[in-house]
Design a binder for this molecule. Structure first.
Ligand code: SAM
Length: 462
C-alpha cells in the first residue's frame, strides 16, 4: 500500500486517508479483510413484491429477508418489463435487515400507523408496505420535492392503497403528537458504507461532512420524536460506519428522552455485528463479513409518556359521487373497506378505516399521493388511472387484457405506437407475463397509449 497526498491507494480503490485511519482503528485485525472487500464487486440484490410473484423466485435467498434474493449478475433492469410492473425492487441486501427489526419489535398482525421519514426513492417504504398488514397505514415522506415524485412513482408501482406520500421537512411532524406506532428514519448520512458501490460517495466524503450529517441527524430525531406514541418503535438506520452518526446519536437521544434499545436475535452465520455503547444497541454490517454493503441499524422503544394529537373530524376531503363509486364495486377488491375521494378531477381510493386520520394528515402535511388514483371522470365516462393498473387491489379479470411480447411491452413502456387489439374498442390492460403494465384506449383501427409520459422508458436507461 502507498500513501499519496490525502489518499491511501490499495490495488483498486483509494480510500480517504482519515477515513482509512479511523476504520483501521475501529476494525483492528479485520481491517485488511475490509480493505480487500473494497476491491471486490458489489452484490446485486432484489426484493420481490409478494402479490405480484406467486411462482418460483429466482436467485439466492438473503438470510434476513424473506423476499430478498441475490442475482448472479446485473441485468439491464430497464429492459425487463416486469421491473416496470412493480414485480420487484432493486435493493441493497444489508438494508433488508429492516425486516428483522420490524418483525422482532412490533406486532405486525395489528393495524399500525407507520411513518417512513426519509423515504425516497422508496426501498424501505415498499418493504414496510409488504410487511405491514393491509389494515395498516404508511406515511411515506421525502423532503426534497423531485425525490418525492420518484418516491410516489415507486409506491404506485408497488400497488398498495394504504399509503400517503408526503413532501415535508421533519419539523412539520412535530404537531402530530403521539400519532405513529412505528417510525423509520433512514437518515441522510456521509455514506461510508457505499464507498464500494458508489464512487461519488467517496469523493463527497470528508470529516466535515460527518460532523454536518451527525448534527442534521440529531435535528431530525428531535423533530420527529414527539410524533411517536408511548411504547412506539423508532428504527434508526444509516449506511455509514462512523460512531458519530450512529451510536453517538443514539446515546445522545437516550440522554434527551426516556427510551430503551431493543435487542434483535441475530444468527452468527449472518455475520452481522452487534455494537453497544452506553445503553445503545446497534447492528453493523461490514462488506467483508456479509454479502452486502455497509449499514447500521438500531431499534428504539419510546418509554416516555406522550400526549396524542386530537383528531378533529373536519370534513376536508370530498367524497366521490355515488354514480361513480358504485361502478368501482367490480373494479377493486374489498370495495367496502375503501373510501373514494375527489382531488380536483381525480378519484382516489383510500382505506375507509383511516378516513379521519387522513383528514388530519392532509391539514398538516403537503401530500403528493393519497392512496391509489382510480379514475378521472370525463362527462359520464370514467378514464381508468395508471395507478389502478398497477394496483394489487385491481380486479383485473373484469377488464379486457392483451398479453404483450417482450418487444411489444418495451415499445408500450416507451410510449410508442403498438399494433395490437385491432378492431376492438375501449380501455384495455396491457400485460406482460400476466402482470399489468398500464392501459391503452382501443379505437378500432388504432389505439391511444396511456402510459404516463413522465414515466416513459428511454433507451440508454439502466
Ligand atoms: N429510505 C430510502 C430508501 O430506502 O430508498 C433512502 C433514503 S436516503 C438514505 C436519505 C433521504 O433523506 C434522501 O432521500 C434525502 O433526500 C433525505 N433527506 C436529506 N436531507 C434531509 C433532511 N434534512 N431531513 C429529512 N430527510 C432528508
Amino acid at each position: 500500500m502507498i500513501a499519496l497526498g490525502c489518499y491511501i491507494f490499495n490495488k483498486s480503490l483509494p480510500l480517504p486517508n482519515s477515513f482509512s485511519l479511523r476504520i483501521e482503528r475501529q476494525l483492528g485485525s479485520s481491517f485488511a479483510a475490509f480493505e480487500n472487500s473494497m476491491g471486490q464487486s458489489s452484490p446485486i440484490s432484489i426484493r420481490y413484491n409478494p402479490p405480484k410473484n406467486r411462482g418460483e423466485k429466482l436467485g439466492e435467498p438473503i438470510a434476513w429477508a424473506t423476499e430478498g434474493r441475490y442475482l448472479q449478475e446485473r441485468p439491464v433492469f430497464t429492459l425487463d418489463p416486469t421491473f416496470h410492473s412493480g414485480a420487484y425492487y432493486v435493493q441493497e441486501a444489508s438494508s433488508l435487515f429492516l425486516e428483522q427489526a420490524l418483525k422482532h419489535s412490533v406486532d405486525l398482525s395489528q393495524p399500525l400507523k407507520a411513518l417512513d421519514l426519509c423515504a425516497a426513492p422508496g426501498g424501505k417504504s415498499t418493504h414496510v408496505l409488504s410487511l405491514l398488514n393491509s389494515e395498516s397505514l404508511l406515511v411515506s415522506n421525502e423532503v426534497i420535492r423531485p425525490r418525492a415524485s420518484i418516491l410516489s412513482e415507486n409506491i404506485q408501482k408497488w400497488g398498495h392503497s394504504n399509503v400517503l406520500v408526503t413532501n415535508n421537512d421533519p419539523e412539520h411532524f412535530r404537531n402530530l403528537q403521539g400519532f405513529f406506532d412505528v417510525i423509520v428514519i433512514d437518515a441522510p448520512c456521509s455514506g461510508e458504507g457505499l464507498f464500494r458501490k458508489d464512487k461519488s460517495a467517496m469523493s463527497e466524503w470528508s470529516e466535515a461532512t460527518v460532523e454536518l450529517c451527525s448534527q442534521r441527524q440529531q435535528r431530525i430525531l428531535a423533530n420527529v420524536w414527539p410524533s411517536l406514541k408511548q411504547n412506539g418503535i423508532l428504527i434508526y438506520c444509516t449506511c455509514t460506519y462512523n460512531e458519530k452518526e450512529n451510536e453517538d446519536n443514539l446515546v445522545w437521544l437516550e440522554t434527551q428522552h426516556n427510551c430503551e434499545f431493543v435487542s434483535l436475535p441475530i444468527k452468527q452465520e449472518w455475520g452481522v455485528e452487534e455494537s453497544r455503547k452506553g445503553k445503545a444497541i446497534g447492528y453493523r454490517f461490514y462488506p467483508h463479513k456479509i454479502k452486502g454493503e455497509g449499514f447500521f441499524l438500531s431499534v428504539i422503544r419510546k418509554t416516555e409518556a406522550t400526549n396524542t394529537v386530537r383528531i378533529k373530524s373536519k370534513p376536508l376531503l370530498t367524497l366521490a359521487a355515488k354514480k361513480f363509486t358504485e361502478r368501482f364495486v367490480d373494479w377493486v377488491k374489498d370495495f367496502d373497506e375503501k373510501e373514494f375521494i375527489v382531488l380536483d378531477e381525480l378519484i382516489c381510493m383510500v382505506p375507509k378505516r383511516y378516513f379521519t386520520e387522513l383528514e388530519l394528515l392532509t391539514t398538516q402535511l403537503r401530500t403528493v399521493l393519497k392512496g391509489t388514483a382510480v379514475a378521472t371522470p370525463k362527462h359520464e365516462k370514467l378514464i381508468p388511472e395508471h395507478s389502478l393498473a398497477l394496483s394489487i387491489e385491481l380486479n383485473k379479470g373484469i377488464f379486457p387484457q392483451i398479453e404483450l411480447t417482450k418487444e411489444e411491452a418495451l415499445a408500450y413502456l416507451r410510449k410508442e405506437n403498438l399494433r395490437v387489439g385491432e378492431g376492438q374498442k375501449g380501455f384495455c390492460l396491457m400485460t406482460y407475463q400476466g402482470l399489468p403494465l398500464g392501459w391503452v384506449n382501443l379505437l378500432g383501427n388504432r389505439l391511444n397509449n396511456l402510459y404516463p409520459s413522465n414515466w416513459r422508458v428511454r433507451m440508454g436507461d439502466s
